[in-house]
Design a binder for this molecule. Structure first.
Ligand SMILES: [Zn+2]
Length: 277
């Protein structure tokens, strides 16, 4: 399902991103078996990173978020790519408390790699006000982009995701004062509520006269990019001697993928392949 809409609004002066991230957040909740508080915060971060991934311009682009938090949720890591495959983890899957209790204080760091030159690294302190405020602060400080960002995560009684979404308005550099004021006063909450009822396309049409020439609909999913082949490449620099020693002592080299909770095992037979014996 195409769930990420990008277009220009306010006479082409502001970029709008509106995404339904329900399936992404639900997959994250199930994979990591999250408590409702952990699901709230992680789901918001997944939604915001769906937006960040949708902004990538290069095909080989990758973007990673690291929230180094002192709060009850512990650290959060999320990565996404240009193909809108999003994946992540939250350290404490069973946290209880409010969004600000889970985050606490700390730093938000984003690494953006366009696949060509060296990656761009930006960082800011996590402000009071939760995940949305942290992302707004990041875009203002590190990317010098005024940004209004709102995420929503709603869970049902079973703890699954009933709805999740993200709505973002980013004025372009030439936006006039009147438009900037209109953006500040615009209710992204209402836009998200509408998206929940009617889907992102109808919601955008109901609130704006979007620029049809730049109307862009894409599909974002929760998907890890780990594989045994990929992890085998990670083992090469460790060296054959060390790998064989671990297999001898522990029976296998075991690697756990934090992003999708999958376990991988490498035995002597795998080592033969990796080191071409
Ligand atoms: Zn994985």
């Amino acid at each position: 399902m195409k769930n990420v809409l990008r277009t220009l609004v306010f006479d082409g002066q502001v970029s709008l991103t509106l995404a339904d991230t329900t399936a992404i957040v639900d997959e994250g909740i199930q994979l990591h078996e999250l408590s409702s508080s952990s699901a709230q915060v992680f789901g918001k971060a997944l939604s915001a990173m769906t937006f960040a991934s949708a902004c990538l311009k290069e095909d080989r682009g990758e973007i990673s978020l690291s929230l180094q938090c002192s709060g009850k949720g512990g650290n959060i890591g999320i990565s996404g790519n240009r193909a809108l495959r999003i994946r992540g983890y939250i350290e404490n899957t069973q946290a209880e408390g409010s969004e600000t209790e889970l985050l606490g204080s700390g730093a938000l760091t984003i690494i953006r790699d366009d696949g060509y030159s060296s990656p761009f690294v930006g960082s800011c302190a996590i402000p009071q006000g939760g995940v949305d405020a942290a992302f707004e602060e990041y875009y203002r400080i590190s990317e010098q982009l005024p940004t209004c960002l709102k995420t929503a995560v709603e869970l049902n009684e079973a703890g699954r995701c009933a709805f999740a979404g993200v709505a973002v308005l980013q004025p372009l550099p030439f936006a006039d004062e009147k438009t900037l004021a209109a953006v500040r006063n615009f209710s992204l909450e209402k836009l998200l509520e509408r998206a929940r009822e009617t889907g992102v396309e109808e919601a955008a049409k109901a609130y704006f006269k979007p620029d049809c020439a730049v109307w862009d609909m894409r599909t974002a999913v929760y998907q890890c990019n780990c594989s045994k082949t990929y992890l085998a490449r990670v083992l090469v620099p460790v060296g054959e001697e060390e790998i064989r020693r671990i297999i001898r002592e522990d029976g296998a080299v075991r690697i756990h993928c934090h992003y999708c909770n999958k376990d991988y095992e490498f035995t002597d037979k795998d080592a033969d392949g990796i080191f071409q014996k």
